[in-house]
Write a protein that binds this ligand. Structure first.
Ligand code: PGA
Length: 255
């Protein structure tokens, strides 16, 4: 059984006081929600404060990126060691916004995954096609590229520790969600690729999240899909009510 995992990607939003309010609100709402792994991913500056708020709960802290070196002359970067120090146990890697605006490639994604695993952080590895790629019929080709090259050199044991987020770029922040059928088709494809790279048991154990305009109104249908094990939520994770409702609805879907 794969445990449902819902992560909130707060992106470049929330000052420290705002992050504290949001984390406190989510904590209040989700105290009893124990059958879902909940991960909050604030901006770096708010990590420590959010860590303090959730320390006595099952809610986990994640960062939105990391650098693969532990330390050194790398101005502006943050390492896995430092994220661990701030209270993180998860880290998002290879988000499409990083690929689009910050020159992230499969090669840097691969280095970051390895660095995260080495230090004991769980990577949430993002993959997904752009609209033009979908329209050109290249969705699976893009997923192949992101998965095979992103996971290069990972052992089966390491692969079992990662979470993969399928996020069609055309659905991120656009209000356009992939239909449950489109999401399932992509998730099934990713799982089949993982089975080819490793084996069926490993592929069946890896959790796959869907991301892209997830809302309280669409989470239930998405979660009903056999290969959708959770969600990476952007916009709707910025409000206590919408994020808590997503988690609560996801927690009631029986597989
Ligand atoms: P969205 O973002 O929910 O606002 O579409 C999802 C993401 O980018 O992780």
């Amino acid at each position: 059984m794969r445990k449902t995992i819902i992560a909130g990607n707060w992106k470049l939003f929330k000052t420290i006081p705002e992050a504290i309010d949001l984390a406190n609100g989510i904590k209040r709402e989700l105290l009893d929600c124990v059958n879902v792994d909940v991960v909050l991913c604030p901006v770096y500056t708010a990590l420590s404060e959010v860590a303090e708020i959730i320390q006595d709960t099952d809610i986990k802290l994640g960062a939105q990126d990391l650098y693969w070196q532990d330390e050194g002359a790398f101005t502006g970067e943050v390492s896995g060691k430092m994220l661990l120090d701030a209270g993180c146990s998860y880290v998002i890697i290879g988000h499409s916004e990083r690929r689009q605006f910050f020159a992230e490639t499969n090669e840097t994604v691969n280095k970051k995954i390895k660095a995260a695993l080495k230090i004991g952080l769980t990577p949430i590895v993002c993959c997904g096609e752009m609209l033009a790629e979908r329209e050109a019929g290249n969705t699976f080709k893009v997923l192949d590229d992101h998965i095979k090259n992103g996971l290069t050199g990972l052992s089966e044991e390491e692969a079992l520790k990662i979470v993969i987020a399928y996020e069609p770029v055309w659905a991120i922040g656009t209000g356009k969600t992939a239909s449950p059928i489109q999401a399932q088709e992509a998730h099934k494809y990713i799982r089949d690729q993982l089975a080819k790279l490793y084996n069926k048991d490993t592929a069946d154990a890896i959790r796959l999240q869907y991301g892209g305009s997830v809302k309280p109104e669409n989470i239930t249908e998405l979660m009903k899909q056999p290969d959708v094990d959770g969600a990476l939520v952007g916009g709707a994770s910025l409000q206590v009510a919408s994020f808590s409702e997503i988690v609560k609805k996801a927690s009631t879907v029986k597989k």
